[in-house]
Design a protein around this ligand. Structure first.
Ligand SMILES: Cc1cc2nc3c(=O)[nH]c(=O)nc-3n(C[C@H](O)[C@H](O)[C@H](O)COP(=O)(O)O)c2cc1C
Length: 319
């Protein structure tokens, strides 16, 4: 019964990974994707994407971080995977879900789902190049335009030697529109033997349980739901254990926001700090009614110090 934190470019960076994994409720998390074109990337690019690489590829709570690559050229993908492994990455994951199209003449992400041979070519070359003890995993959507190749794509992933496949239960065309088609994960799962992890539209414990039931998967990856409810994974763990747990209060969420703002500013990302926090607040808004008026009151603030003062005042108001 694994629980993983989804890779989310521009949203789940090193600081968010630190925060969301602090309860040790996730079994692992995944970096944002590293775009691979035709070059072997220097070490600094890996460590910039994943500063945890300098700490044994673990977040401060000890949660492992997997490296995700995005690209469609087998050789550079294999070379960069090997560099990731040399730098200590415990698992290499390949992204076949991203909606991006062409990057410097190279193709990557969900467009590769149009032909299962694409997935096979990329993964099999990577698998052969990588040391056999390092797992190679993949993450895909159910298809590009439709779901007709979902099973063939998963079988290609398996045939190429990947040891696990995470399925985001929507096509590229479906974007992020609810619902997620968990029943399709069950269909795919029946036709492969490697472990399948289910992903998509899990916002609550109830969604988690329904997804497990419908998809038939024990292993679940949480995406936006974990950002909207930072203790969702912990709630799930307590639910599984049958133990009591008091979900984070609005005050605790504000304190997380405050920590995140300070950490983002301290790391030098001053210019975008306020925007990043407002982006996060917009997720809080989806799940927590107190976040709605607070978001309205700060949504035009651009200066991080001013935003910090507002967050602080709102914390004090909570008593
Ligand atoms: C802002 C954003 C960025 C994302 N970046 C990535 C990424 O870098 N790699 C990836 O495999 N999926 C990425 N995804 C997809 C998520 O990992 C996940 O599959 C998707 O959000 C569905 O799960 P959810 O409904 O629980 O959010 C991204 C999603 C969002 C919303």
């Amino acid at each position: 019964m694994k629980l993983a934190l989804a890779p989310m470019e521009g949203l789940v960076d090193v600081h968010m990974r630190t925060l969301l994994t602090r309860h040790r409720a996730f079994d692992y998390c995944v970096t944002e994707f590293l775009r691979i074109t035709n070059q072997l990337l220097p070490e600094r690019v890996f460590t910039r994407l994943c500063p945890e690489a300098l700490h044994n590829w673990q977040t401060p709570s000890g949660t492992p971080v997997h490296l995700q690559l995005l690209g469609g050229e087998p050789q550079p993908m294999a070379e960069n995977a090997c560099r990731g492994v040399e730098l200590g990455a415990p698992v290499i994951d390949v992204n076949f879900g991203c909606p991006s199209k062409f990057v410097c003449n190279s193709v990557g992400g969900s467009i590769l789902l149009k032909d299962p041979e694409n997935l096979y070519r990329v993964l099999s070359v990577m698998r052969q190049a990588m040391p056999s003890h390092i797992p190679l995993t993949a993450k895909m959507r159910l298809g590009f335009e439709d779901k007709s190749l979902a099973i063939e794509n998963a079988q290609a992933v398996e045939a190429a030697g990947a040891s696990m496949l995470c399925i985001h239960a929507r096509t590229k065309v479906e974007g992020y529109k609810p619902p997620a088609h968990w029943e399709w994960i069950a269909k795919v799962k029946e036709q492969v033997t490697i472990p399948i992890m289910a992903n998509g539209e899990i916002w609550t414990i109830k969604d988690y349980e329904t997804c497990r039931q419908v998809s038939g998967c024990d292993d679940i990856m949480l995406g936006r739901g974990a950002v909207a409810t930072p203790d969702l994974a912990l709630q799930i763990k307590h639910h599984q254990a049958g133990s009591d747990y008091q979900a984070d209060s609005w005050k605790e969420q504000l304190m997380s926001l405050e920590w995140m703002l300070e950490t983002t500013v301290q790391s030098g990302n001053v210019k975008f700090a306020a925007d990043r926090m407002k982006q996060w607040l917009a997720f809080f808004k989806m799940q927590h009614r107190q976040a709605v008026p607070f978001f309205e009151s700060v949504k035009r603030i651009k200066d991080h110090q001013q935003l910090s003062e507002h967050i602080h005042a709102e914390i004090k108001k909570q008593g």
